[in-house]
Design a protein around this ligand. Structure first.
Ligand SMILES: Cc1cc2nc3c(=O)[nH]c(=O)nc-3n(C[C@H](O)[C@H](O)[C@H](O)COP(=O)(O)O)c2cc1C
Length: 213
């Protein structure tokens, strides 16, 4: 490989490496939209699809959005004793979850609220992660009687421990106002304002954190 001249190295250290800067600017930002419930018939599925459609409709240049249903990963309860015939599949599920989460630059977590906290399945799934998500950004979408607001406070503590920066603006769907019979998703249009601000915040912080990893 050709050596850079002394002058080029000095110029790069003073003014930045133009080739490197161009590479960083053209890098695709990958955002995972994590549907954080495994309950059969869960409300997270409809909310996550709305979030994915909303994200795609923004036509953010250089950004790719991908839906990740937590229910696709049959993760064991961390530390639980497994029968031999289950151990191999469980190991494969943990590996696939870890690799999928590592592949993103940022996240949108769709969180149910159970007893004023994040759902147990999502907490368990997050406990399997650490370096995969370090120094990345996350946005929070919730649903519940108060739009999942208390689950979000809980999420911020957990994400802080994982060195994930959670952005200020959240999107909160009310089980009473944005669902029929608390189960059929009929979101009010005003949620789009929060979602817009939330994605703006997320992309800004994702871009910023890309520069320190
Ligand atoms: C055991 C249990 C505890 C719950 N606790 C809360 C709560 O603290 N706050 C809230 O807003 N909703 C609460 N709910 C309602 C759930 O948020 C709601 O059923 C939601 O749809 C569950 O998420 P899922 O559909 O993804 O499973 C609770 C539901 C159950 C079954």
């Amino acid at each position: 490989m050709a050596q850079e001249s002394f002058l080029t190295r000095v110029k790069n250290s003073l003014f930045g490496n133009q080739k490197q800067t161009e590479k960083e600017e053209t890098k695709i930002m990958k955002i995972g939209i994590i549907s954080g419930s495994v309950r059969e018939g869960n409300n997270a599925t409809a909310v996550s699809q709305w979030v994915l459609d909303f994200a795609n409709n923004r036509n953010d240049e250089g950004v790719e959005y991908e839906l990740v249903p937590l229910s696709d990963y049959d993760l064991p309860l961390m530390g639980a004793k497994l029968f031999e015939d289950r151990a191999e599949a469980a190991g494969a599920a943990i590996k696939a979850w870890s690799e999928k989460m590592a592949s993103f630059d940022g996240y949108v977590f769709i969180t149910p609220e159970y007893n004023h906290a994040v759902g147990g399945a999502l907490k368990n799934a997050l406990d399997y992660l650490n370096p995969e998500v370090n120094n990345k950004a996350a946005a929070l979408v919730g649903y519940g009687s108060l739009g999942g607001a208390r689950a979000h406070e809980n999420m911020r503590v957990i994400l802080g421990e994982l060195s994930v920066a959670s952005v200020h603006t959240t999107t909160n769907f009310s089980l009473m106002a944005d669902f029929e019979n608390m189960s059929v998703f009929k979101p009010n249009d005003y949620n789009k304002t929060n979602a817009e601000g939330m994605f703006n915040d997320l992309l800004l912080w994702t871009k910023a954190l890309n520069t320190i990893r």
